[in-house]
Design a protein around this ligand. Structure first.
Ligand SMILES: [Zn+2]
Length: 465
């Protein structure tokens, strides 16, 4: 309410004040309004942004793994100009600029990889989703913690994330403008789901009603019927969502539903997808049981998160292939200790692990497009995101395929493939320098200590050599 009053005052007082105060209330500044909400962000001019640097840097003597799927290249090198990649290949094939100073770094054989993309995180959350804790924790504290999680994630080699519920638009602004360190973020702000489903944390007989929960911005929004679903999608996009998250089935963390229940039905999902498409925004759908998975496929969503029902449905896998829909298996969730979980969560989670492994194996074997996503923040801790690569290999991918799921494929799912995801001329210089050869041992990347250097947009954000 305070923000609205300030905006009215500012509107009356003139354009200059409008910009300043709207920023303070979490709105968009005039400069940012020109940038699509889903844009990767590093070129976004904001008052706090440092001056653009056009200096040249050369990283050489590395094992180059560019994300395109070819054999690693010995004596690989990458030339960076300002925020972007100017050249990438064997050192002998790179023409260095003349009459300009080039900062050279000898990588001594370390691997050069694209910055990784985790397509399913919750930066605002710190582990088990607990309603009492959410209600009892000051929102500013949670946002500051989210900034810390963002810093931890980028230090682990994740230079881009898709936040599927929780991270506020202001966190993206703070990272894009250089106020805090963190990955590029495509964010959903919140998620849409039905009353009583995997969005509704109302505990029976608790005395809490959803009006209280709705005051927490990180809680999902309840929508019932196509009209409300449409309005919900519009409201999220107005708030800055670059992806819409919708619940097509029940899930583990909510008290009144079951992973096999249908969540938003086909009409509701279709309304969401149509609205999101109007604004060229992708739709990520939480779908576990088969009926919800099938509804999501029919509605034409961009990605299915979890997708356990695929374990026993070659038909659904075939339909995903036909429509080019991504699966984000979130295998890391199966490696989280259930100690301290409430009884209903443990009961629901136990049978899912086997289904999750099976569905992922079937999807990989059939050639479904897979993007790496961990669900970090809901179980898996932030900063261990790249352990997911090892789980993907255990489910049937080659190490190179897993690396691509975590780089090129993730970028394509976000629609950001022109800017990130592979090491190619013209893309942002989002680069990870890692110890050893991850194609021979994929588990190396899962340990942040092996992530020696992280560069985002040409700027070193971590260097532990
Ligand atoms: Zn999630």
């Amino acid at each position: 309410m305070q923000c609205r009053k300030l905006r009215w005052f500012a509107w009356i007082s003139g354009a200059l004040l409008t910009t300043g105060l709207a920023l303070g209330c979490g709105g968009k500044s005039e400069t940012q309004a020109a940038v699509p909400s889903s844009a990767p962000g590093a070129d976004v001019p904001t008052p706090a942004a440092p001056a653009r640097s056009e200096e040249f840097q050369l990283l050489h003597n590395g094992l180059l793994i560019d994300g395109l799927g070819g054999e690693p290249i010995d004596d690989g090198a990458i030339l960076i100009r300002g925020q972007r990649i100017a050249a990438v290949s064997k050192l002998a094939d790179i023409d260095l600029p003349e009459d300009v100073a080039v900062k050279k770094t000898d990588l001594r054989g370390a691997a050069i990889l694209p910055g990784f993309v985790d397509t399913h995180v919750h930066l605002l959350l710190s582990g088990d989703v607990d309603v009492e804790e959410i209600l009892g924790t000051d929102y500013a504290f949670k946002v500051l913690l989210a900034a810390k999680h963002a810093e931890t994630s980028v230090g682990a080699g994740v230079t881009t994330v898709r936040d599927l519920l929780g991270a506020p638009y202001g966190l993206k602004q703070a990272i894009d403008s250089g106020v805090v360190a963190g990955p590029r973020i495509q964010l959903s702000i919140s998620a849409l789901g039905p009353t009583g489903g995997h969005s509704d944390f109302t505990l029976r007989g608790s005395g809490w009603d959803l009006a209280t929960l709705a005051a927490c911005p990180e809680m999902p929004r309840l929508v019932d019927g196509a009209d409300e679903a449409r309005k919900g999608a519009r409201a999220l996009m107005r708030a800055g969502a670059g992806v819409i998250k919708a619940m097509a089935t029940g899930g583990t963390t909510t008290p009144n539903d079951d992973p096999n229940f249908v969540g938003l039905d086909l009409d509701e999902l279709r309304a969401v997808v149509k609205e999101a498409r109007n604004q060229q925004v992708p739709v990520a759908v939480h779908a576990q049981g088969l009926r919800g998975v099938e509804n999501a496929i029919k509605a034409g969503v961009s990605s299915i998160e979890h997708g356990y029902g695929l374990a026993n449905s070659p038909g659904a896998i075939g339909a995903m292939l036909d429509k080019g829909i991504y699966l984000v298996p979130t295998l890391s969730t199966a490696h989280v200790s259930m100690e301290g979980w409430s009884e209903f969560k443990r009961r629901k989670r136990a049978p899912l692990t086997e289904l999750q492994t099976k569905s992922t194996k079937h999807a990989i074997r059939a050639g479904v497009k897979i993007a790496m996503g961990t669900d970090a923040g809901v179980g898996p801790p932030h900063g261990q995101n790249l352990r997911e690569l090892q789980y993907l290999v255990e489910a049937g991918m080659t190490p190179m395929q897993a690396i691509q799921a975590g780089t090129k494929e993730g970028a394509e799912l976000l629609g950001w493939q022109e800017d990130v995801g592979t090491l190619e001329k013209g893309k942002y210089a989002d680069i990870v320098i890692a110890k050893g050869n991850p194609v021979e041992d994929i588990t190396l990347l899962g340990n942040p200590e092996n992530i020696l250097v992280v560069i985002k947009g040409g700027k070193v954000v971590k260097d532990r050599r």
